[in-house]
Write a protein that binds this ligand. Structure first.
Ligand code: GRF
Length: 202
């Protein structure tokens, strides 16, 4: 994948600050990628507005329109496929993707999770880290497998947990790190130094 721009599709559910960071890194020439489309399960996601503002096709696929998780997954697979992405980037996509989707795009899906995996999978990671008495917390970019918040780790960033931190202050500090490491990890994939089988660049 070292030639040309890496074609990506980004899936979001909410604010899309990680999407914005990816857009900005592409804009400044620091990321050799092209966002073919941004797709959200939530029609009101601010991430869709960010995409539109950047001139990127922005599409909503609400789960309520589908009778089962499987039919939703099939529709999402079909929609993503239309853009022929080389990489699918989950950036705050809050649905658990089914095996059909993951296997269809096997080894070509990445996610960012707000914890130092394998610690604190799932939701409410910042509070979990505080409750556990951890002294540090952070974020992980990893390839996606059918197991939740699992799969080969590409890069992590950590922050200290300070006395007086609450979930929100910690989240803000971790998010700033996310905005740095996600574009970096995608660039490693774009330049061929990272893939599913060799997740950590030399
Ligand atoms: C981030 O904390 C990310 O790690 C998690 O969901 C959040 C998305 O934030 N997967 P944003 O929508 O990119 O602002």
């Amino acid at each position: 994948m070292a030639e040309g721009l890496l074609q990506i599709v980004v899936l979001v559910s909410g604010s899309g600050s990680n999407l914005q960071s990816i857009i900005d890194h592409i804009g400044s020439g620091d990321l050799d990628a092209r966002i073919a489309a941004v797709i959200s399960d939530n029609p009101d996601a601010y991430g869709l507005d960010r995409a539109r503002q950047a001139g990127i096709p922005a599409l909503a696929l609400p789960p309520g329109d589908y009778p089962t998780g499987d039919t939703y997954d099939s529709a999402l697979t079909k929609l993503v496929n239309q853009y022929n992405p080389q990489l699918i980037v989950l950036a705050g996509f809050m649905r658990i993707l089914g095996a059909g989707f993951v296997n269809r795009f096997s080894t070509r899906i990445v996610n960012i999770h707000p914890s130092l995996l394998p610690k604190h999978r799932g939701l409410h990671t910042h509070q979990k880290a505080i409750d556990a008495g951890d002294t540090e917390h952070g974020a992980t970019v990893h390839f996606v497998t059918t197991n939740l918040d699992d799969g080969p780790i590409i890069v992590q960033a950590s922050v200290n947990i300070e006395p007086g931190d609450n979930a929100e202050s910690l989240q803000q500090r971790v998010l700033r790190q996310e905005h740095i490491i996600y574009p970096r990890a995608i660039q490693w994939i774009a330049d061929g130094t990272t893939d599913f089988h060799n997740p950590r660049p030399l």
